[in-house]
Design a binder for this molecule. Structure first.
Ligand SMILES: C[S@@+](CC[C@H](N)C(=O)[O-])C[C@H]1O[C@@H](n2cnc3c(N)ncnc32)[C@H](O)[C@@H]1O
Length: 228
C-alpha cells in the first residue's frame, strides 16, 4: 500500500473478472454505484474517496491524486462542485468594493478564503483531467469548469436514463464516445427540491443515478478493443 490510503478489496466472488476486463478508477465516489456497475460486468473496478464506501467492495479511502499513476485504463471522476458554482463569484469580494477593479477589492468578510477554494477546486479538476489514464470522463453540474478550463463535451439529464428528474450534468471526456441515452422518460422533476435539509442532504443529492451508472458501465465498459 502506498501513501496513507486504506484499501479494502472485497471483490465479490460472484463477479469474476472477464478476460478483457478494464482497470477502472471511479474517483471521488463514496456510494460505490459506478464501481458496482463495472464490477457486475467483470471489470477490475475501484472507487476512491476520502470517505468510506457505503457499499462494501473494492475501495481506496484516501486522496485520489496519490493513485492516478497506477495504470488505470479508465477513470470516471466526480469531483466536488461546491466551489465551482457559477453563482459563487459573488462571495469572492467585499460587497462595499463593487465600484473597484477586482484586483483592488477586499475579500468577502464572511468568506475570506472563497477565491482560494475556487482556485484549488479548479486545480483539482485540471489534475484529474491531466491524469496519465487513456480514457477519462469527469462529471460536474453546470460550473466554472466551462468558462475557466473548457466546455463539456456533452450534457445529460437523469430523465435520459430512466429517472424522471432534471439535473443538467456535464461530461468532460478524454478519448471516450458520448454517453447515449438509454431510457428517455417523461417526468421532469427537480429532485433537489425534495431533499430535506440536514447532514445527509449533500450525500443524497450527490449520489450518481443508478441508470447513469449502468449506462456508463454498459457503453464505456464494452469499448476496450475499439478504444485502445
Ligand atoms: C460530489 S461528491 C461525488 C459523489 C459520487 N457521485 C457518489 O455517487 O458517491 C464528491 C466526493 O469527492 C470526494 N473527494 C474530494 N476530494 C477528493 C480527493 N482528493 N480524493 C478523493 N476523494 C475526494 C469527497 O469526499 C466527496 O465524497
Amino acid at each position: 500500500m502506498r501513501h496513507n490510503s486504506k484499501r479494502t478489496s472485497l471483490n465479490p466472488s460472484h463477479f469474476p473478472l472477464k478476460s478483457d476486463s478494464m482497470k477502472v478508477l471511479v474517483a471521488c465516489e463514496f456510494s460505490g454505484r459506478v464501481r458496482d456497475a463495472f464490477l457486475k460486468r467483470g471489470h477490475d473496478a475501484w472507487s476512491c474517496d476520502f470517505l468510506e464506501t457505503e457499499s462494501p467492495g473494492p475501495h481506496i479511502q484516501g486522496d485520489v491524486l496519490e493513485i492516478l499513476d497506477e495504470e488505470w485504463d479508465l477513470m470516471i471522476a466526480h469531483p466536488p462542485c461546491k466551489y465551482l458554482a457559477v453563482s459563487g463569484a459573488r462571495w469572492f469580494y467585499h460587497p462595499e468594493d463593487r465600484h473597484l477593479p477586482t484586483s483592488q477589492r477586499r475579500p468577502h468578510p464572511k468568506f475570506p478564503n472563497r477565491k482560494q477554494h475556487r482556485d484549488e477546486a479548479l486545480q483539482f479538476v485540471r489534475d484529474l483531467l491531466g491524469a496519465p489514464i487513456p480514457h477519462i470522463t469527469l462529471e460536474n453540474p453546470v460550473s466554472l469548469i466551462s468558462s475557466m478550463i473548457r466546455k463539456p463535451d456533452q450534457y445529460i439529464h437523469p430523465w435520459m436514463f430512466g429517472h424522471g428528474e432534471v439535473k443538467k450534468t456535464g461530461f468532460w471526456l478524454k478519448n471516450l464516445p458520448l454517453l447515449e441515452p438509454t431510457n428517455i422518460v417523461s417526468g421532469r422533476e427537480k429532485r433537489v427540491w425534495k431533499e430535506p435539509p440536514g447532514p445527509n442532504q449533500w450525500r443524497n443529492r450527490s449520489r450518481t443515478y443508478l441508470g447513469v451508472a449502468e449506462a456508463m458501465a454498459d457503453q464505456w465498459g464494452s469499448l476496450r478493443s475499439s478504444l485502445s
